[in-house]
Design a protein around this ligand. Sequence first.
Ligand SMILES: *Cc1c(COP(=O)(O)O)cnc(C)c1O
Length: 398
Amino acid sequence: MSMQESKYQVSQKGYYGKFGGAYIPEMLYPNVEELRENYLQIINEPSFQAQFRSLLKDYVGRPTPLYFATRLSEKFGAKIYLKREDLCHTGAHKVNNTVGQILLARALGKKKIIAETGAGQHGVATATVCALMGMDCVVYMGEIDMARQKPNVERMKILGAQVIPATSGSKTLKDATNEAMRHWINNPADTHYIIGSVVGPHPYPDMVARFQSVISEEIKAQLLEKEQKTDPDFIFACVGGGSNAAGAYYHYLDKEDVKLIAVEASGLGNESGKSAATTALGKEGVLHGSRTLLMQTSDGQVVEPYSISAGLDYPGIGPFHANLFDSGRARFVGITDEEAMNAGLLLSRLEGIIPAVESAHAFAALSKVDLGKDKIVVVNLSGRGDKDLETYIKWGKY
Ligand SMILES: *Cc1c(COP(=O)(O)O)cnc(C)c1O
């Protein structure tokens, strides 16, 4: 896994086209620099790869199945496969990244882990691997999010993590991120900061994409077995920050025949003021340490995003995806709350799988794209719907 000479991969300087980089306060520079100097060498070491692969297999439960969805395929007239990230330990793809990063933290000699979390899913995935490795874990979470996502707060505590409320600003994810950054600045020597998506300053987007790339590595091998070829015609994935999509696309980036469909949350509609569809509504700017696309006011204030799904409720996308959008390599599709919930209920009835509401957005996009008869389609089923039961119940209509 050396630096690849692809226009869709990160450059030596940490950019994806014109996006990326490390726009960080000077105080954070030593921490990020330590990571940047060491991450590739550590990740590429055979002993690191052996530990990572072993945990993915026996702890996370990989490889996750590539399931041919018969009834869904009949409905759409295409051959639709589901990549079952919902079957990962803890219920979503996020754990692929947290397992990788905690091994990296250990290799760097770190003793403590910090993380920020919005809805709590990344916090739970982080608390999980900290328990696994016997590392101290502090998770910053907005006070309002803590009230909204009580079960995840309790999960983190059961796993032994300390959850610290962020009480400034809007008391949500962005404030939790600020608190985590402050903590890291004050504890650079013994602490690693685990970011949960392909966002943040270089090298985070590249590091997270590499850990998640196991998804497309498996898709290639599994399709070869089932279809006698490695490449599908389409890959659909939802994009919050973009880590599950980055993983599902990774080994197909330079295969331009494989159409990449990136699905954003349009909330109540892109004209409603209640949306999280960054490519439709956003402009270039700096968010969480990287130059990327984000939703902002004319004077550059970040706009509060909205989506029914907590994991897609983010005001930007990572630089990896900003470049896929800018270059036209991926096609971006917006899906409303209503379209996503209907697709989630449809998948439940057709295949006996209740998807996470985030993943339901990816399924809803199947009807927005002209697939063509018998084309091979992979939908990345990023997570299971257990965490979203309340959302389904409130929605009703089933
Ligand atoms: C967090 C989450 C997402 C969004 O995050 P990405 O980094 O864009 O993948 C999507 N699906 C599920 C199930 C999630 O938990």
